[in-house]
Design a binder for this molecule. Structure first.
Ligand code: DQA
Length: 153
């Protein structure tokens, strides 16, 4: 059975391509998702993609992902939590509670930007963090998660 990887995008990332292009570029979320599917396929994985602007829905998706990781069908989640990165104890707790392997991914280098973007509630419960490589970061995060899953066996 081919294992899956979930590409999960949080609030406002549905506007990718039109939203602040000087920061986030011109690539749309549909383009990113297509790129993720092809990168995953090259690694023998199936990429599933989801986006929500709702914190509670992201929590439900992470819980479900945790269940599927335990069943052995999903290896983990590449997660761009958008602005919830900097605000959400609930997403932190969802990742810890569901024991879901997460690579945190940001298009922009959040550390180069406003002070309020420097703190992440997600990083302490992530395997690792990628930021500042534009939408290419999703590809790097997929490769990092796949390598981590291989190491973990
Ligand atoms: C972001 C960075 C966040 O600070 C911001 O709120 C986003 C996108 C990024 O991908 O660079 O919505 O996660």
């Amino acid at each position: 059975m081919m294992k899956s990887i979930l590409i999960l995008n949080g609030p406002n990332l549905n506007l990718l391509g039109q939203r602040e292009p000087e920061t986030y570029g011109h690539t749309t979320l549909a383009d990113v998702e297509a790129m993720c599917k092809s990168v995953a396929a090259g690694l023998g994985l199936q990429a599933e993609c989801a986006q929500s602007n709702l914190e509670g829905e992201l929590i439900e998706i992470l819980h479900e992902a945790g269940r599927r990781v335990k069943e052995g069908e999903l290896i983990g989640v590449v997660f761009n939590p958008g602005a919830y990165t900097h605000t959400s104890v609930a997403l932190h707790d969802a990742i810890a509670g569901a024991e879901v392997p997460v690579v945190e991914c940001h298009i922009s280098n959040v550390h180069k930007r406003e002070q309020f973007r420097h703190h992440s509630f997600i990083s302490p419960v992530a395997i690792g963090v990628l930021a500042g490589f534009g939408v290419r970061g999703y590809e790097l995060a997929i490769r990092a998660l796949a390598a981590h899953a291989e190491d973990a066996g």
